[in-house]
Design a protein around this ligand. Structure first.
Ligand SMILES: [Zn+2]
Length: 56
């Protein structure tokens, strides 16, 4: 295994798998995706389905 780690996002030498600037952008993207998914779940009626399961 090589000791030279580099960012998997931008390829720049980094002590981490993902460098700080890329990590920040990935987290921002993930937060956006999560918000999008939560919205679609509410619209899709999955929560209502789970509630009916609990009742029966
Ligand atoms: Zn990077």
């Amino acid at each position: 295994m090589s000791k030279d780690k580099k960012c998997m996002m931008c390829g720049k030498p980094s002590p981490d798998t993902i460098c700080d600037p890329c990590k920040a952008s990935v987290q921002a993207e993930a937060a956006g995706e999560k918000a999008k998914m939560e919205r679609s779940v509410k619209v899709g009626g999955k929560m209502a389905d789970e509630q009916s399961k609990k009742r029966s």
